[in-house]
Ligand binder design. Structure first.
Ligand code: ZN
Length: 216
């Protein structure tokens, strides 16, 4: 069985979120709140189920292990200004005053600003897989191009029906996320059987980030 699509429950509404700073400081924040410097992404109030709160610390630890420099912004409802880009079936929320359209995101990595934003409008396992996914987007900035190119070469051409889902940047993040979720369930993916296992293992354990930070 899998959960059905998220059904908002008004009794779970909250305007509270958390910021997990590098170094272990945790702040409680109130939404609405702009996230990042572009003025296009916001944390909004929303319904947050208990299972998501229960794994939030774990999600933040995942991001800090893989990208120790990143602050994790966890907000009840993460939205970004939506510009039509061919993304399929996106629910758009219109902001009455500005007339701008916003769409929900499960997570967003702001690579220039060392921020990973996570939406708590989720289920526990989605929050964990999203933490891995966004941490991969964030860690790519320290990976050598030769490594990125080699990963791309190992992916088979496949279409999911939209330019967004088919982009290499999204495919790499999804592969890493799925690889890590096997590990989360206790499966022995860390066998280092292939070159790609070795790369994913080094990123997932934080070894790649530790080596990089030593050099800085
Ligand atoms: Zn992504």
């Amino acid at each position: 069985m899998r959960y059905p699509a998220f059904i908002p429950n008004p009794t779970l509404m909250t305007d509270q979120g958390r910021i997990f700073r590098p170094g272990g400081i945790v702040e409680t924040i109130l939404t609405p709140l702009p996230i990042g410097e572009g003025g296009r992404t916001f944390g909004l109030p929303g319904p947050v189920p208990a299972d998501v709160w229960s794994v939030l610390d774990h999600a933040a630890q995942i991001v800090h292990r893989i990208t120790p420099w990143a602050a994790v912004y966890a907000v009840p409802n993460l939205v970004f200004e939506f510009i039509p880009d061919g993304y399929p079936c996106r629910e758009v929320i219109r902001h009455k005053e500005s007339g701008k359209d916003y769409a929900r995101a499960g997570g967003i990595s702001f690579n220039d600003e060392d921020i990973v934003a996570l939406s708590l409008h989720s289920y526990s396992m989605n929050l964990i897989s999203t933490a891995y996914h966004e941490a991969w987007h964030q860690v790519e900035k320290i990976l050598e191009k030769i490594i990125i190119d080699e990963i791309d070469r190992s992916l088979v051409p496949l279409s999911w029906g939209s330019a967004y889902a088919d982009s290499m940047v999204e495919r790499r993040a999804r592969c890493f996320e799925m690889w890590c979720m096997y590990y989360e369930e206790g499966m022995p993916v860390r066998g280092l059987s292939t070159w790609l296992d070795g790369i994913f293992d080094g990123v997932a354990t934080g070894e790649v980030a530790r080596e990089w930070m030593k050099e800085q």
